[in-house]
Structure formats: structure tokens, C-alpha cells
Design a protein around this ligand. Structure first.
Ligand code: PLP
Ligand code: COI
Length: 359
């Protein structure tokens, strides 16, 4: 079921960035955005693409007071055959609905949501950058918008999509990042909202992230919130470790995000013959393995971060170097194959690449 989408084009299009090496992440926005309202009586209605700009919001809106907000992160790529493509977009639509259900926000029709994404990306296709390693980051978000202060499941909501031409998420690019394992704050607990992509999870992560940055680390690696010993995920990515030739990654316990890049990497690794263990993996086991010289590689996976090698791991006053602080063989292969699939450089036997339009 498709939603109605009215299109009002901007009369003052902005100049596109000329130096794509300086894009960074999420600082520049395209000319338009999608927006649609929900109310209990009417369902989703008034879908429209309008010039990019502020969204007037009632000061008592649920989103400001009780954090009823979820989002997605996906990318559109300029493939080598000239088409504009997305990567497994239905997975993002489904995860958005899983997050919506957890936060009692209204869900979206899958086909209708895909159609919205296609329409905005096609309209903004000239904003998809051309250089290697760049893409158009797509940020769908959905929030509760009841104009009163009672704490209840919402009756009014807004769904919007904004787009931003981006380069690498980390300033280091594909070079190894330094990660601090957090022993004080926790991000999420089982039964909470860790598996949902909601703004509150990120708000809870900011203090530890700031501390890590002040100490020279790029991001925090979270431990589970109950025993404080099992490895969970990094601020903006899932993690994987190569130990004695096999891959270990934290299982989807309910408190971590079920990453689409994680899922794709697991499928790729298995197709290359790797054994992949999705299980509880404690920080003690990790460092025992590291001390025995059995930890071969560590990396993070995510839409923004793609596949990012981890070169240093800090925990409780000690810093461990992984893979001589260089990108490991399997990390590099995952990065190369995943990006080649996204940019249509190799045959896509998985059916992951999704053509939106001609560029
Ligand atoms: N974990 C967190 C906390 C994230 O923010 C992200 C990014 O979306 C990921 C993992 C990776 O998920 P995905 O691969 O679907 O982008
Ligand atoms: C993504 O990878 O899309 C994310 O959402 C991570 C981050 C920028 C919050």
C-alpha cells in the first residue's frame, strides 16, 4: 500500500559540495525532506516532500519530554553502472517497525515506506556524491507528537526522512580506530530498548562517549548491563573478533542493535567458509585470548562506519593493540567485498543491491 506523496520543489536549490573529500558525516543536507503525520483516527496522512527546513513542533510534544523517537540509517550509492542503489532497504524498514512497536509508535506499511524512500532518493539523486567512499546517507525518523504532558502511548506521530551526502564516519577513514571498553555506564539492558534504534539509547551513551574522546578514544565498547562482563556493541556499530581463524560476535541478546551490516558480514563470512560463533563473549575471555596471542583481528560493522578495523582496545587501565594496529586481512576483505556489492562492482549473488533509478 503506497502513501500519497505530494511534491513541492524548492525554488532556491543549494549548491552541491564541490570538494567531496571534505564531506565528513551528516553536516550537509539536501534540498528536500519527506514528512507525514499520523493520528489515531486518520492513520498516516498528508505525505509530502517539501523544501528542507525546520519542523514546527508543539512545546509539549511527546518527543521533547518523553523521548518517543526512533530512527534508521541507510545509504544510497552511485553504482559503477550509473544507477543509484540502496542496500537491503527492506531490512531497515522492518527494523523501523520493530523499533516502533517497542516504543508504542505507529508502524508503517513496508511497501509504502520503501516507496517513500525511493521517491525522496530519486528526487535528490544529483546529491549522491561521486567519489570513492562517499554516499547519500538517508535518515528516516519517527516520533510521538501528542501536544500534552500525560505519559501514554502516543496518538499522534510524525514520520520524516532527511538526506545528507557523506564521506567516512570516522576521521580516520578505513584506518584502525581506538576503542575504550566502558566499565561504569551501561547503554541498555535486556527487556529495555537496546534492540530498538531509538534516540534514548544514544542519549544514554553520550557521557561515556565524551569521556572516551577526552582520553583519545574514538568510541565506547559497551558491556552488558547486568553482569557488566559480556561484550555488547560499539556506539555506532556491532563488533566482531577473529580468534584462531574463527569469528566471534556477540549474540543478539535483546540489548544490542541487530545490525544489517552485521547480518550481511556474517552471511559473507559463512559463504567464505568461516565458522561464525554468535554467543556471549566476556571481556575476560577476550583479553585471555589477546594475551595468548590468539586474537587476530577486531572490527566494527555499521551503515555509517561500514567495516572499521579496531587497532587499540582500552579496558581498566590497560591498552591492548590488535593486529599491530593495522587493518587485518579478513577486515579488509569484508570492507572490499561489501563496498563492491554496494557500488555494483561485483555480481550480487545475494540480491542485496536495490536499484532506485538511473543516476
Ligand atoms: N549498533 C549501533 C548502536 C548502531 O547505531 C548501528 C548503526 O546503525 C549499528 C550497530 C549497526 O547497524 P547497521 O549495520 O544496521 O547500520
Ligand atoms: C548508522 O550507522 O546509520 C547509524 O545510525 C550510526 C550512527 C550515526 C548513530
Amino acid at each position: 500500500m503506497k502513501y500519497e506523496i505530494k511534491i513541492e520543489k524548492t525554488l532556491t536549490p543549494k549548491a552541491k559540495p564541490t570538494d567531496e573529500s571534505k564531506l565528513g558525516f551528516g553536516k550537509i543536507f539536501t534540498d528536500h525532506m519527506f514528512i507525514m503525520e499520523y493520528s489515531e483516527g486518520e492513520g498516516w496522512h498528508n505525505g509530502r516532500i517539501v523544501p528542507f527546513g525546520p519542523i514546527p513542533t508543539h512545546p509539549a510534544s511527546t518527543v521533547f519530554h518523553y523521548g518517543a523517537e526512533i530512527f534508521e540509517g541507510m545509504k544510497a550509492y552511485r553504482a559503477v553502472d550509473g544507477t543509484i542503489r540502496m542496500f537491503r532497504p527492506l531490512e531497515n524498514v522492518r527494523r523501523l517497525n520493530t523499533s516502533a512497536e517497542r516504543l508504542c509508535l505507529p508502524t508503517l506499511d513496508e511497501e509504502g515506506c520503501l516507496d517513500i524512500l525511493n521517491t525522496i532518493v530519486e528526487l535528490e539523486k544529483d546529491w549522491v556524491p561521486h567519489s570513492e567512499g562517499t554516499s547519500l546517507y538517508i535518515r528516516p525518523f519517527l516520533y510521538g507528537n501528542d501536544p500534552h504532558l500525560g505519559v501514554h502511548a502516543v496518538k499522534n506521530a510524525v514520520f520524516a526522512v532527511i538526506c545528507s551526502p557523506v564521506g567516512a564516519y570516522y576521521a580516520q577513514g578505513i584506518n584502525p580506530v581506538k576503542i575504550a571498553i566502558e566499565s561504569e555506564d551501561v547503554r541498555a539492558v535486556r527487556g529495555g530498548t537496546g534492540f530498538a534504534k531509538c534516540g534514548g539509547n544514544y542519549a544514554a551513551s553520550l557521557r561515556a562517549g565524551k569521556r572516551a574522546e577526552e582520553n583519545g578514544y574514538t568510541q565506547v565498547l559497551w558491556l552488558d548491563g547486568v553482569d557488566r562482563k559480556y561484550i555488547e556493541e560499539v556506539g555506532a556499530m556491532n563488533v566482531m573478533f577473529k580468534v584462531n581463524g574463527k569469528i566471534i560476535t556477540p549474540m543478539l541478546s535483546g540489548s544490542i542493535l541487530p545490525g544489517i551490516t552485521r547480518k550481511s558480514c556474517i552471511e559473507l563470512l559463512k559463504s567464505w567458509g568461516f565458522e561464525v560463533e554468535e554467543r556471549l563473549f566476556s571481556v575476560d575471555e577476550l583479553f585471555d585470548l589477546a594475551e595468548k596471542g590468539e586474537l587476530e583481528e577486531a572490527w566494527g560493522t555499521g551503515t555509517a562506519a561500514v567495516v572499521s578495523p579496531i587497532g587499540k582496545l582500552y579496558y581498566n587501565g590497560k591498552e591492548y593493540t590488535v593486529s599491530n594496529n593495522l587493518i587485518g586481512e579478513t577486515t579488509q576483505k569484508l570492507y572490499d567485498v561489501l563496498t563492491a556489492l554496494q557500488w555494483g562492482k561485483i555480481k550480487d549473488e545475494f540480491g542485496w543491491s536495490y536499484v532506485v533509478c538511473n543516476g
